[in-house]
Design a protein around this ligand. Structure first.
Ligand SMILES: NC(=O)c1ccc[n+]([C@@H]2O[C@H](COP(=O)([O-])OP(=O)(O)OC[C@H]3O[C@@H](n4cnc5c(N)ncnc54)[C@H](OP(=O)(O)O)[C@@H]3O)[C@@H](O)[C@H]2O)c1
Length: 256
């Protein structure tokens, strides 16, 4: 993977940050996005370049305005001369998900639509722009959408995210069907509950955590690094005939 380039959205925290480090460690140049954490992004860039000697850059992006991906990729083009992998990882929280995160009777179209925009539309535009760059070098590449098992298992308050993760997994299959001829594989990595800021924002975080530990045969909650192995695998030659799939990495929680 040495010398290849990854573009990942939402690299400042949680799972996205773990992905930035995991790929850089393998010698991959990394471009990532942030929404508000510019200082953190700069600290990560300095740390990555110092530790791993790869090129690392960050760009501001708002996934509630998916078309702005086009401007971000123009900045990417000034810094990098090739793209091999794209991971759609960023997720909205806080005010943007009001009406989308909550019990069924409190769901509102606006909150639900925001989650669709940030999950499905952002994946589509990000992956389209990635495809234009990956096909330039003709060596193929890999596109991944992060998903979650909240679309398979009832998770309180998660209807908005869960339904949109189901939608993005379906979009992944459509993209895979059409991008295969360009030797671009498209898959999803669906995680069980992972200990991140996003999960800590759940009003019943302690309850969710206890339930996950109880359900997992491995008796622990997921860590941010638990999803990086599946992402590396999906970007490596070891998965060269794997496309249009969702890999579930859930510590065994989905079946319990
Ligand atoms: N946590 C879980 O239990 C879990 C389980 C399975 C799958 N996942 C999935 O994994 C992915 C990452 O989740 P996470 O828990 O690591 O999230 P997180 O810790 O909340 O991090 C969110 C990331 O998205 C960025 N972001 C926030 N609002 C944005 C916006 N409007 N536009 C662009 N970027 C924005 C943040 O940037 P700033 O720091 O600049 O705000 C940050 O880098 C998501 O797709 C999530 O659904 C999570």
């Amino acid at each position: 993977m040495q010398g290849k380039t990854l573009f990942v959205s939402g690299g400042t925290r949680g799972i996205g940050k773990a992905i930035v480090y995991a790929f850089a460690q393998k010698g991959v140049n990394v471009a990532f996005t942030y929404a508000s954490s510019a200082d953190t992004a700069n600290e990560i860039i300095a740390d990555i370049e110092d530790k791993y000697g790869v090129k690392c850059r960050a760009y501001k992006l708002d996934i509630l305005e998916p078309n702005t991906y086009k401007d971000v990729y123009k900045l990417f083009d000034e810094d990098f001369d090739r793209l091999d992998f794209f991971i759609s990882n960023a997720i909205i929280s806080g005010r943007a998900v009001v009406g989308g995160f909550g019990p069924f009777m409190r769901l509102k179209p606006r909150g639900l639509n925001n989650i669709y925009t940030a999950t499905v539309d952002a994946f589509v535009v990000g992956a389209q722009e990635a495809t234009k760059r990956i096909e330039k070098h003709g060596e193929g590449g890999s596109i991944i959408s992060m998903s979650s098992t909240g679309n398979l298992v009832y998770t309180p308050n998660y209807a908005g995210h869960g339904t949109n993760k189901a939608a993005v997994e379906a979009m992944v299959r459509y993209a895979a069907a059409e991008l295969g001829e360009k030797n671009i594989r498209v898959n999803a990595v669906s995680g069980g509950p992972i200990d991140t800021d996003a999960l800590k924002a759940f009003p019943n975080y302690e309850e969710v955590k206890a339930e996950v530990v109880r359900r997992s045969p491995l008796s622990r909650m997921g860590d941010v690094t638990d999803l990086t192995g599946a992402c590396l695998f999906l970007c490596s030659k070891d998965s060269s005939w794997l496309t249009g799939q969702t890999i579930v990495v859930d510590g065994g929680t989905t079946f319990q």
